[in-house]
Design a protein around this ligand. Structure first.
Ligand SMILES: [Mg+2]
Ligand SMILES: [Zn+2]
Length: 190
């Protein structure tokens, strides 16, 4: 049976946005992500991470680094009783310096390709799903597929809130992933 999913952006949402996260030593998880994911899993949600990693297209680090960071995040969350169901990333850029990644893909947010990949892998009920992120492109991606979308004020969120793009609105704007989770679980009961 299809299950709803909460799609979390990574940088600026689950961990501090340090610019291009090119090595594990620079990863700083926000303190509340594990509790948030545990609550959502307990409420019956799948949880996936969806992240643009243009640093790969720029040649700043490789996909192996992205995957190693995701393995590390997965282990940290799992140890906290908050297993993440999938990690999806876009390494592409239409004008990438690294030729192998120079492609007009369908998975660079705000395009919804990462959600579509998860939908197939995890049997996601997208209409009952949510996106949580610190950039308008996260919100735009969620709204494009009929999911609800929550902007968090961590990372770039506060700046993004001050300059909303035309034609894009969030279903909620909250301080962090804890508040996003509270909002989602309240919506869920309506
Ligand atoms: Mg972000
Ligand atoms: Zn892509």
């Amino acid at each position: 049976m299809k299950q709803p999913c909460v799609f979390f952006d990574r940088d600026g949402t689950l961990n501090e946005d340090v610019g291009y996260l090119d090595r594990l030593e620079r990863l700083v998880l926000y303190p509340d992500g594990i509790d948030a994911v545990r609550l959502l899993k307990r409420a019956g949600y799948l949880v996936a991470v969806v992240t643009n990693q243009a640093g790969v297209a720029h040649g700043l680090y490789g996909e192996e680094t992205v995957r190693a960071i995701h393995r590390h995040i997965a282990a940290r969350f799992e140890a906290g009783g908050a297993a993440i169901d999938g990690f999806y990333y876009c390494p592409h850029l239409v004008d990438a310096p690294v030729a192998a990644y120079r492609v007009a893909c369908d998975c660079r947010k705000p395009l919804p390709g990462l959600i579509r990949q998860a939908e197939r892998d995890l049997d996601v009920d997208v209409a009952r799903s949510f996106v949580v992120g610190d950039r308008w492109r996260d919100i735009e991606m969620g709204r494009a597929v009929g999911a609800r979308a929550v902007l968090v004020r961590t990372g770039y969120g506060r700046t993004e809130e001050s300059r909303p793009p035309a034609g894009v609105t969030a279903d909620a704007i909250v301080d962090n992933v804890t508040q996003a989770t509270v909002w989602i679980l309240r919506e869920d009961r309506r």
